[in-house]
Design a protein around this ligand. Sequence first.
Ligand code: ZN
Length: 167
Amino acid sequence: MNTQSILQIGNDILRAKAKPVSKGMRGLRQLTDKMFASMDAASGVGLAAPQIGVSLRVIVVDADDVRMALLNPEIVKTSDETILDEEGCLSYASYYGPVERFQSVVVKGRSLEWKQVRIRATDLLARVFQHEIDHLNGQLFLDYIEDPEQIRRVEPESEEDSDLDDS
Ligand code: ZN
């Protein structure tokens, strides 16, 4: 299968600031195909290129009926309202903790065809975008959690927590 193993916390690539994609850069379709496959194999709702060892500003998301790849994504607008909710990460498998995020955001970026894209996202999708764009800046959800006791480990087979999302 066209999947790539997902880097885990401790790997330096996850802490690096990813480089912008330039117009006409080769291999982006292959990269995003691989990212979708890796995200799907891990039942994730989002993935950033650094998570498969590619330090480029590329993300894929699959949440709230939106499935897309976005190049050079950036948040251009945020809501006043924030939401505190449990968050997980495919690069820190099986751990979850509460992270405060903007309830809605407007995200700007480029499609694979280099078209300007602008999306307004709320709730889960907004959270996923914020989480994935953080990855491009070397930031992990754990960085927001001051009290380590708030981070809990959930066994993957636990049915009770099967509604938790990883990105
Ligand atoms: Zn993540």
